[in-house]
Design a protein around this ligand. Structure first.
Ligand SMILES: [Zn+2]
Length: 611
């Protein structure tokens, strides 16, 4: 959800001169990962990408990079290891085969310098072409994926850059494909057909491509050409497509109002619908995003929600970005403690934009926020800064992507506190507008901690946020919902519910519903139920799927102390056991609109929801 990808699981649907001594002799290699090598200077860079009916069956992109050698020594060419926004190392060089280097009819010698760097011996050649095939078989919005009539790919996957040289080099891309097929990208068209230009490597690799047979159309919104391409052809039509365009028209104005300008001339949404995708995941770029979705998502609020999230990213992270991420370094991980702002608050603004555009009402906003509160409650306490840093290693304790939901809630709390301190004259919008203007528009640096908290404090009339940052951003303390939400006419009601619980966790497999774990001293434990048993019957409920637990809680809600027969299969025996119904307390938290809110709190709530 990538992320910044936002990932939503299916259950929720309803990214010269060698300075190394001795290397001129051709034998010594630097330690992989050391940034000590520098390529001969090159210029006049052009990439030709071929994908057509002949290469599609092999799911292969043919890539040829042509350039002039303007310096001395070998040319060192590297592929990125990751795609910005997808904060994980992928090593795109993995999918490269048939690498070759030529100058005219002459083959040039080459070898690998490290796992994603090729060293080409030019032997005096001034014009060089390197070529390779790239296997497009990853259904991942940071990588490349092909079908018989279609491919999407990211520039990071296939565009080589000269190692140790400035990334501010211009390049041309030409796509060679079937005459009847489409080519769609956020890149700027050059003079020739299906030819595009980029002013720097950063721009080049930030504009993914669709090539093949798919649906594409466009509309002008807010003086911007907005495009949408969807694959497979015919899969996203009728009312759902009409609704997408209605949502696009509604979403852009509130986004532009938040940041104070519109930083792109065109915006392109690239959609892949595939039932094996297992939910929804999208990846942002400076003037486009790629979404991979299950076809079921188009009926869900998650679809406009992810669309808004990725589009807000065109401002927040693609342009306004933490200093740790400026500039992007493609050859190595680039951890930052700020993904709670770049992802989390982007997600807060996705909800805010949906509300301000009328796509959801206040109840919808409450439901989306409640969902985030529940997800944070169900996750081990983790500091937002730590979760942000750790995402590169994919933690296994469930905290890996919680900076989305928890960061979003931190955004809500900060927005409320700023609005409360300024009597709704200032908001988090002002923080983003100020930082966008001072750290992106004037001089492209990222924002620092001092700049962020300085802007937050200024918006709140000088109020200090040191304590807030220490406890809730760098620290693991539970969020102060009880004191902050009422300032915006919202209330988190805590209800203690007593409900029957067996005290087992179960998983379905091909033999039935298997007991995975039994809580010590629970009703199930006292009854003699053991891990590995298959549950057949509990009381008068026939156990067919794990949803039996919900049936059990409803059916026996008032049956405290009652003894029920339980049938389990253990090995090849069927056992008849007896369980005593026990009611167990559980705290349910419900976010509500506060009907007794003060006039000020109502102004603040309306400020958030209406802008
Ligand atoms: Zn994101």
């Amino acid at each position: 959800m990538s992320l910044s990808r936002r990932r939503i699981p299916v259950a929720a649907v309803v990214a010269a001169i060698l300075s190394v001594p001795g290397i001129a002799g051709g034998q010594t290699r630097p330690t992989p990962g050391q940034d000590v090598a520098q390529s001969a200077a090159i210029g006049g860079v052009r990439y030709d990408v071929t994908f057509d009916r002949t290469t599609a069956p092999a799911r292969s992109l043919h890539v040829a990079m042509t350039f002039d050698v303007t310096g001395q020594g070998p040319v060192l060419l590297s592929l990125p290891a990751w795609t910005p926004g997808a904060y994980e190392i992928s090593n795109f060089a993995r999918w490269v085969s048939s690498f070759a280097a030529t100058s005219g009819a002459r083959e040039l010698r080459w070898d690998k310098l490290d796992h994603d760097t090729w060293r080409v011996r030019t032997d005096g050649a001034r014009n060089v072409t390197v070529s390779f095939d790239f296997l497009a078989d990853s259904l991942d919005n940071a990588i490349a994926w092909a079908r018989g009539n279609f491919v999407f790919f990211n520039g990071t996957n296939i565009f080589l850059y000269p190692e140790g040289r400035p990334t501010e080099f211009a390049a041309t891309v030409a796509v060679k494909t079937d005459p009847a097929w489409n080519v769609t990208t956020g890149m700027k068209p050059a003079g020739a057909a299906r030819t595009y230009t980029a002013a720097s490597f950063h721009d080049l690799v930030d504009m993914p491509f669709f090539v093949g047979e798919y649906d594409v159309d466009s509309a002008q919104i807010e003086n911007t050409w907005v495009r949408m391409a969807s694959w497979p052809k015919g899969s996203f039509q009728g009312a759902a497509r009409t609704r997408f365009w209605e949502h696009q028209r509604k979403m852009f104005p509130p986004m532009i109002r938040i940041f104070g300008d519109k930083p792109f001339d065109t915006y392109t949404t690239l959609l892949v619908f595939d039932s094996t995708s297992g939910g929804g995941s999208a990846l942002e770029h400076q003037n486009s995003h790629v979404g991979i979705y299950t076809p079921l998502i188009v009926e869900s609020v998650l679809f406009p929600s992810i669309t808004a999230h990725e589009t807000v990213h065109a401002w927040n992270v693609k342009r306004l970005r933490p200093a740790d991420l400026v500039p992007y370094r493609y050859g190595q991980p680039q951890p930052t403690t700020w993904l709670w702002v770049s992802e989390g608050i982007t997600d807060y603004y996705a909800d805010v934009v949906l509300a301000r555009s009328g796509i959801i009402d206040s109840t919808g906003f409450v439901i989306l926020t409640q969902g985030k509160i529940d997800e944070v409650s169900a996750t081990p306490p983790v500091a937002l800064e730590d979760a942000s840093l750790s995402t590169w290693i994919h933690p296994t304790d469930g905290t890996g992507y919680i900076y989305y939901q928890k960061g979003s809630l931190a955004g809500l709390l900060l927005d409320i506190l700023i609005r409360d301190a300024s009597d709704n004259q200032k908001s988090l919008d002002d923080v983003f507008r100020e930082l966008y203007q001072t750290t992106y528009k004037q001089r492209w640096t990222g924002f620092t901690a001092e700049q962020w908290w300085g802007a937050v404090s200024r918006a709140a009339g000088g109020k200090s946020f040191e304590d807030f940052a220490t406890r809730y951003i760098d620290g693991r303390e539970p969020f102060p919902y009880a004191t902050v939400l009422p300032l915006a006419g919202l209330r988190l009601q805590l209800d203690t519910i007593r409900e029957p619980r067996l005290g087992v966790s179960s998983t379905p497999d091909s033999n039935g519903v298997r007991v995975a774990d039994v809580m010590p001293a629970s009703a199930a434990d006292s009854a003699g139920i053991q891990p590995g048993d298959y549950l057949l019957q509990v009381g008068d409920i026939m156990v067919r799927d794990p949803a039996f637990g919900e049936q059990f809680r409803q059916r026996y809600a008032r049956a405290e102390g009652q003894r029920l027969p339980v049938k389990v299969r253990r090995g090849d025996r069927t056992l008849d056991l007896q369980v005593t119904v026990r009611l167990t307390p559980r705290v349910e938290q419900r976010l509500m609109i506060d009907s007794a809110a003060s006039a000020k709190a109502i102004r603040i709530r309306n400020g958030i929801l209406r802008g």
